[in-house]
Design a protein around this ligand. Structure first.
Ligand SMILES: [Zn+2]
Length: 251
């Protein structure tokens, strides 16, 4: 092979590489969206305990599975992280999400301990607080895609509000353990820069506290499959909207 042909061959290789890259870009609008759903907590570290003694992990898993179903029905690829309850390493969660377009961590909320009061339900001593109600969303400035993270979180909050859910303002209360600044007050989005799963994610990310399970009425509602489907549908609407690519048909 002479030098000229060698050069031409190299050019062809470069061009074919460019063609591959361009076709990948061109495939963007029709390629399936991919969302990583992180089921907050584990069996060993189950998170908050509801007013009636149910672990947060159980709420997180039920809602994440419902949301996974809704998203898959819409053609979105879903990676469920921690659904078996055996993921105790926070840092392993974002790495399982590699390649996804968005990372959403699913949680349910509690309140500061001073607000919890004792009560007896079904013969068991439990603690509850009906003082606060509603959902919250968190984003981290340390995520490499903060602007997209916030844009998506705002859309999730807006869709949840449109579906009849209200954001809770209790994380902004100026007390130890709270005192968070708002990233988007109207849509219930707070700054929470240190959250491991958000700052370590390699894609835009948000954490959803779907509701407050120490609130007795909210807990009962959040356990209903109908409520879980309403939340999941609103979240799926928001995700599809914020991840919509040029040429996508999402309204
Ligand atoms: Zn949690």
């Amino acid at each position: 092979m002479n030098t000229a042909m060698g050069f031409a061959a190299k050019c062809a290789l470069v061009l074919s590489g460019m063609a591959v890259a361009l076709s990948a870009v061109a495939a963007g609008p029709t390629a399936a969206l991919s969302v990583a759903l992180d089921v907050g907590h584990s069996r060993q570290k189950p998170g908050a305990v509801s007013a009636r003694g149910v672990n947060e992990f159980e709420f997180n898993r039920a809602l994440a599975q419902t949301l996974a179903d809704v998203l898959r029905q819409r053609g979105v690829q879903v990676t469920l992280i921690g659904v078996d309850g055996d993921m105790n390493d926070l840092y392993a969660r974002p790495s399982r999400a590699a390649g996804a377009d968005f990372f959403l961590s699913i949680h349910h909320d509690s309140v500061q301990p001073q607000y919890l009061q004792p009560w007896t339900v079904d013969g068991a001593h439990r603690r509850y607080s009906d003082r606060f109600s509603g959902f919250s969303l968190f984003v981290s400035h340390q995520n490499p895609y903060f602007a997209q993270s916030l844009a998506c979180a705002s859309l999730l909050g807006a869709r949840l509000r449109a579906a009849g859910f209200q954001p809770s303002d209790h994380h902004a209360e100026p007390i130890p353990g709270e005192n968070r600044s708002y990233a988007d007050r109207a849509n219930g989005v707070y700054d929470f820069d240190q959250l491991v799963v958000l700052r370590m994610a390699s894609q835009p990310a948000a954490l959803l506290e779907a509701g407050i399970i120490v609130n007795r009425a909210d807990e009962q509602s959040l356990r209903q499959p109908a409520t879980q489907t309403r939340i999941a549908t609103a979240v799926a609407d928001g995700l599809e909207r914020c991840l919509a690519r040029p040429g996508a048909t999402t309204p």
